[in-house]
Design a protein around this ligand. Sequence first.
Ligand code: CAA
Length: 259
Amino acid sequence: MEFIKYQVDNQVALLTIDRPKALNALSAAVLEELNTAIDNIDLNDARVLIITGGGDKSFVAGADIGEMKDMNVEQAEAHGKLGNDIFRKIETLPIPVIAAINGFALGGGNELAMSCDIRLCSENALFGQPEVGLGITPGFGGTQRLPRVIGSMSKAKELLYVGGNIKADEAYRIGLVSAVYPLEELMPQAMKMAQKIAANAPFAVRACKKAIDDGINTTIDEAIVIEEKAFGSCFATEDQVEGMSAFMEKRKEKNFQNK
Ligand code: CAA
């Protein structure tokens, strides 16, 4: 692949969007490669995925403006669907996805980050949905995920209507990211978090993700039943026996097999 680098080390997968000449902007070719890379993730091997941007300046500077400039209505709608389908695939990937945001996360870049489960960023990160200044709306989920992610319709609408950028500390303050690190510490910290997640029972982690995501879109009465089913399903796994046996035996080392 030309624009996507992918590796798995110790059950942690790292996907890098690498198009430095355009600050990792999402051209159609980048999106197609991203789609293929996500489809090819071996969920028996990878327990967590980290997504980051190549270089030290940008996570993703948005969808490729040059490519979109001359699109007609049908082409733009299809382009939006292409991005939305891939980002939804990332959002519903069975394993947790951490966005390690190492610079610009603008437009489609912020939308990609918001499709991930957890967002960590570097001090030089810059966030925004500048689309209205380009004469368009966000097209890869920004109008829908921003209010959901930050839980404030007022702030989300402000960001979407004004189209300005916010720095890392403000992104942290409004809950868009969970933590801010100096740039050189971002990847080690993302790896550390990923390794902690990977050390837990994979079935339980994945059931947690599914219960959270399925439950959030329904009533609390339906949601707690979703949790009951998730909780119950863990008791059919060898990893539940291993986790609880380790506790009873006062044993620190656990050998979770994703079974
Ligand atoms: N699309 C295409 N090319 C882009 C790009 C983008 N989104 N962002 C940056 N680039 C290119 C620039 O055109 C430039 O290329 P050249 O060297 O060939 O001129 C190169 O990347 C470097 O960019 P700059 O020289 O502009 O770098 P800078 O440090 O001065 O500024 C920046 C960085 C503030 C991110 C600026 O590049 C910028 O504003 N980029 C556009 C950000 C944006 O508007 N994103 C939203 C896109 S629309 C969208 O994403 C819609 C959607 O929801 C699907």
